[in-house]
Ligand binder design. Structure first.
Ligand code: ATP
Ligand code: ZN
Length: 293
């Protein structure tokens, strides 16, 4: 019998065992209320309060495990999924693990533009994406696949240039390299198997997504409370980019009211300044645990 994740009822989720994505993914899962026993020492960890088990593996293996249905979901960088070419669906883009796959060459060397890569040797851990890029640009370069410390390859004269992941660019700079082209912009994604799943599992995925969306929305919002002159309420209502109408409550001082509302974090300071200008005082800002819309 073919053994797929669907032959079990628990939702099986693949996450990186130990690396850049691990802590943020675990925080996210804890943030949506999932509780696990020691995940650092085990390969497979059952969640205590949700029908989920985590499979902790190398990130390179995640897209294929999800493709094959060994796991139903996975948290992995878009760069890895693209490199493996796995047949999976992207359910959500998440805003951590943000980086780009870039072509870089020694700063003062003879490679200064993309065309100069013709006939050169490029070291990378991303041979497929590099090949696709070179083909698209109609460039003929040799690719040397290496699995780590790609940035030192030019200094070791293993290659003339590299294709590697960059976030701040400091590693490139420290190795005397300059970035010339971006091949791919990447971030962590939640991916799903394209294998047919049972109704029970589909329902679990819907519940899981609902929690994730609520958590993300909450992280991007703040609950604010303030006192304001009663006559300023219409103007304050206009200022607040609220999801719902704000709650307005009377205070002992009849000319004043208390206003409670939720605002998106990206508009926070602008809204705050406008509210103060309308006479709002005692403004209190609180984080939100989750939101169900
Ligand atoms: P594993 O042992 O799981 O194979 P790894 O060494 O391949 O780990 P990490 O270095 O932990 O992987 O990176 C995991 C992911 O983090 C990358 O695939 C990428 O999506 C993301 N990432 C974000 N910024 C960077 C960066 N500057 N360098 C490398 N990866 C980055
Ligand atoms: Zn890896």
């Amino acid at each position: 019998m073919e053994r797929t994740a669907d032959s079990k009822t628990s939702l099986r989720i693949a996450i990186q065992k130990s690396g850049r994505l691990t802590d943020k993914t675990i925080d996210l899962l804890k943030g949506i209320g999932l509780r696990f026993d020691d995940y650092k020492r085990n390969l497979l960890v059952k969640c205590r309060n949700f029908d989920v088990e985590l499979l902790l593996i190398r990130d390179d293996d995640i897209p294929e495990y999800v493709q094959d249905g060994v796991c139903d979901l996975g948290f992995v960088g878009a760069n890895v999924t693209a490199e493996t070419g796995a047949n999976v669906s992207v359910l959500r883009d998440l805003d951590y693990g943000v980086c780009r796959l870039s072509l870089a060459a020694p700063k003062d060397g003879d490679i200064q533009t993309t065309e100069d890569f013709d006939g050169k040797t490029i070291a990378t851990s991303y041979p497929k994406l590099t090949r696709d890029f070179l083909d698209k640009q109609e460039l003929n370069a040799n690719i040397v696949t290496i699995s780590g410390a790609v940035e030192v390859a030019p200094r070791l004269e293993v290659a003339d240039a590299i294709v590697d992941l960059v976030s701040t660019g400091n590693t490139l700079k420290a190795n005397g390299l300059q970035e010339l082209n971006t091949i791919l912009e990447s971030e962590t994604q939640l991916i799903r198997t394209n294998k047919e799943l049972s109704p029970g599992k589909k329902e679990l995925i819907d519940k899981f997504l609902q929690r994730m969306d609520g958590h993300q929305q909450a992280e991007r919002s703040r609950y604010i409370m303030m006192n304001a002159p009663k006559k300023a309420v219409p103007k304050i209502k206009d200022i607040i980019p609220s999801l719902n109408s704000p709650t307005v409550m009377p205070l002992a001082d009849e000319d004043m009211v208390a206003i409670h509302t939720v605002i998106p974090i990206d508009q926070f300071w602008i809204v705050m300044e406008k509210l103060k200008a309308e006479g709002a005082t005692g403004i209190v800002i609180l984080p939100i645990e989750s939101m169900i819309l």
